[in-house]
Design a protein. Structure first.
Length: 233
């Protein structure tokens, strides 16, 4: 039986996961890519008044995606909030299971085995002007590590390190893995990115969205790496 809970999701990957379970949130963020569902602002600027007026049974947030002050403000209004914390691939099983238990659905999570090192050093830009990348303690970096990719500049004190031009010149970069989000890297950026190293454009949602898509996204990513990187060696 489908859940009758009135759920507001402030996390794009949670919205996708709930829908895969047959649960349509009564509202979500504008970044959830669900035009048919009512939007209540963004992940960093939710419309708290609009959320309160919806009288939700549950609002779902994530500590990596949403702001502490918004979580606290929702709680202060007497709204029931489930705060998840997915900072790595290892967190997905327990955190999504907690969400599944909360909304009353069954969920299973099986990952393909961890890949041996591919011997590939990758620069993963998530922004430009300035260049920024992902730190080791992020979901995306742990996905790539699971797939045998060495993420350059990840061992920084910052979660999302700024990378200087000189570092790009000095680093021995084998490939640029350029995701489609949060910065929308695409075909128009190929010449710029190729000046750094050979480029592979990747689906940012497969790299950064966790939950229902995690297992299939990892397999899909692995297939692309096999054809684009392993096959060319």
């Amino acid at each position: 039986m489908a859940s009758t809970l009135r759920v507001v999701s402030l996390v794009p990957s949670v919205t996708e996961t709930l829908l895969s379970w047959g649960i349509e949130p009564i509202a979500c963020t504008r970044f959830c890519e669900q035009p048919s569902i009512n939007h209540v602002g963004g992940t960093k600027d939710p419309d708290l008044d609009a959320i309160e007026k919806l009288n939700p049974d549950l609002v779902v947030v994530d500590r990596e995606e949403n702001r502490l002050e918004d979580y606290q403000a929702l709680r202060s209004r007497g709204i029931n909030v489930e705060s998840l914390h997915v900072a790595s691939l290892n967190d997905v099983g327990s955190e999504v299971q907690r969400l599944a238990d909360r909304v009353g659905v069954e969920w299973s999570h099986v990952l393909s085995p961890r890949r041996a090192s591919r011997g590939v050093r990758a620069f993963v830009p998530i922004w430009r002007r300035p260049w920024m990348t992902i730190g080791a303690d992020t979901y995306g970096a742990t996905v790539l590590s699971h797939l045998g990719i060495d993420v350059l500049f990840a061992n920084s004190d910052d979660t999302y390190p700024v990378v200087e031009e000189r570092q790009l010149v000095e680093a021995e970069i084998d490939v640029v893995l350029a995701p489609s989000e949060p910065y929308p890297f695409g075909e128009r950026h190929l010449d710029l990115l190729k000046s750094i190293a050979p480029v592979m454009l990747v689906d940012g949602q497969d790299l950064f969205w966790w939950g229902a898509r995690t297992s299939v996204a990892i397999d899909r990513f692995d297939e692309r790496l096999q054809s684009s990187i392993d096959g060319g060696r």
